[in-house]
Design a protein around this ligand. Structure first.
Ligand code: FMN
Length: 227
């Protein structure tokens, strides 16, 4: 698949069939995720991968004890990947001689590269899913469920689950019936989000942002992939 098509087709899919994912496809997805860039090549991330039905079911029980998602086509996802970030790996990496931040002072990190890099890994996973003609949803794990998920799968304290990616063969009909932000909020245009040369001097689009035109003036069609 052409890369531009991969980008254009990427969207969150929230309904899956129960068709299994071939093991070699699953492996390709994980290998793609592992091509992520990382600060100082720290690679301070890891993936908890849940394939077996009992593991997936244990995940849903831990993450959704009230059973809010029970019976939904989201739960048909045959593969769940939980990307986890590890701050300590960055502090250790940047204390090495070529970086020299031996004080391990966290003030040196205006933004948490460990979460950023894990997000980059996640994005590669989402793009690789498209190339495999699969669908995926990245979603947050509610704060009150993170402890359950950690305990269920033995995630060590130094790793932080940044969310979960449910992957499967899309159930197009059921997915089309999902209520999602994408259907109610238009994608902002490049002009809306771009400040060329100097902040605030951008063309018309900047006004749309400044006046808080939440739906933007984008050409996104909500459910479509116009951009
Ligand atoms: C950090 C992050 C957290 C998200 N959390 C959820 C979530 O908990 N549940 C959900 O259904 N979608 C979640 N989404 C998906 C967004 O709703 C979705 O990306 C957005 O509406 C744009 O749609 P698209 O990804 O299909 O283009 C999340 C996306 C991101 C990047």
């Amino acid at each position: 698949m052409e890369f531009q098509d991969v980008i254009r087709k990427r969207k969150m899919v929230r309904a899956f069939t129960t068709e299994p994912i071939a093991p070699e496809v699953g492996e390709r997805l994980l290998r793609a995720a592992n091509r992520a860039p990382s600060a100082g090549f720290s690679q301070g991330y890891a993936m908890l991968v849940l394939e077996a039905a009992e593991d997936r079911s244990a995940f849903w029980k831990a993450m959704d004890p009230e059973g809010e998602y029970e019976g939904t086509a989201l739960r048909n996802a045959q593969l769940i990947v939980i990307p986890c970030s590890n701050k300590d790996i960055y502090l250790d990496r940047y204390a090495r001689p070529d970086k020299g931040w031996t004080d391990r002072d966290e003030a040196r990190w205006p933004v948490p590269f460990w979460h950023i890099d894990t997000g980059m890994l996640t994005m590669l996973l989402l793009l690789a899913v498209v190339e495999e003609d699969l669908g995926a949803l990245y979603f947050g794990i509610p704060p009150e469920s993170i402890g359950n998920v950690r305990a269920e799968f033995g995630i060590p304290a130094e790793f932080t689950p940044i969310g979960a990616v449910a992957i499967g063969h899309p159930d197009e009909d059921r997915d089309a019936r999902q209520k999602t932000s994408r259907k109610t909020i238009k994608r902002r245009t490049v002009e809306d989000i771009t400040h060329r040369g100097r902040w605030g001097t951008a063309a018309a689009g900047a006004d749309a942002v400044a006046t808080g035109a939440g739906a933007g003036t984008g050409t996104g069609t909500g459910t479509g992939d116009a951009e």
